[in-house]
Design a protein around this ligand. Structure first.
Ligand SMILES: Nc1ncnc2c1ncn2[C@@H]1O[C@H](COP(=O)(O)OP(=O)(O)OP(=O)(O)O)[C@@H](O)[C@H]1O
Ligand SMILES: [Mg+2]
Length: 166
């Protein structure tokens, strides 16, 4: 499978129309991520978090955004040859996109399984490789979309609404 979608039921309708229309964001934040650059890994996520904090986003929601963003940023650093991160901020939600330079995933469903990891020695020495990043992202977001295949580039994007599920 080359494409994976997860929708939180509570926001599924609103989220679907977003992904069909892809409206212009109010604020765009762009970052470049270097391959194996563990020194700077996490910076993009914390800058997006700080911007959202200044905009008054609720603390619990901010925490979910920070966790999901950090895990995806580390994956782009550790499992891919770096790439780009774009934070798209809207009045009601944020969409963060992680677009890397490959080498892609063999099987996205398998990558989503808790405990599955292909992390090498260097990545494990940095304290990563438990195979819990992607499941943790899914747990914290309202929409998760991954487009990836072996040998290609990976796009991971997620959406989180600023209001709590009613
Ligand atoms: N951007 C990516 N490009 C290629 N493969 C990826 C990417 N992100 C994740 N993967 C694959 O999915 C697997 C699982 O990712 P996940 O984030 O769940 O665990 P991990 O990064 O190995 O360990 P942890 O996140 O717990 O430190 C990775 O080991 C890797 O094989
Ligand atoms: Mg990870």
């Amino acid at each position: 499978m080359a494409e994976y979608w997860y929708f939180n039921e509570a926001f599924a309708e609103e989220a679907s129309s977003y992904f069909l229309e892809r409206p212009e964001p109010v604020i765009v934040m762009d970052f470049t991520i270097g391959e194996r650059d563990f020194v700077n890994a996490g910076n993009a996520s914390s800058q997006i978090k700080m911007a959202l904090k200044r905009l008054g986003v609720d603390h619990d929601i901010l925490r979910r955004i920070a966790i999901a963003s950090y895990e995806a940023e580390i994956n782009e650093t550790a499992h891919a040859r770096g790439g780009e991160i774009t934070g798209n901020i809207y009045p009601e939600f944020v969409v963060i996109k992680f677009y890397d330079k490959g080498p892609g995933m063999k099987d996205i469903e398998q990558s989503m399984v808790p405990g599955f990891s292909t992390a090498d020695e260097q990545v494990r020495e940095m304290g990563f490789g438990a195979g819990l990043g992607l499941p943790n992202i899914k747990k914290n977001v309202d929409v998760l979309h991954i487009d990836s295949e072996e040998g290609g580039r990976t796009l991971l994007e997620f959406m989180i609404f600023f209001r709590k599920k009613s």
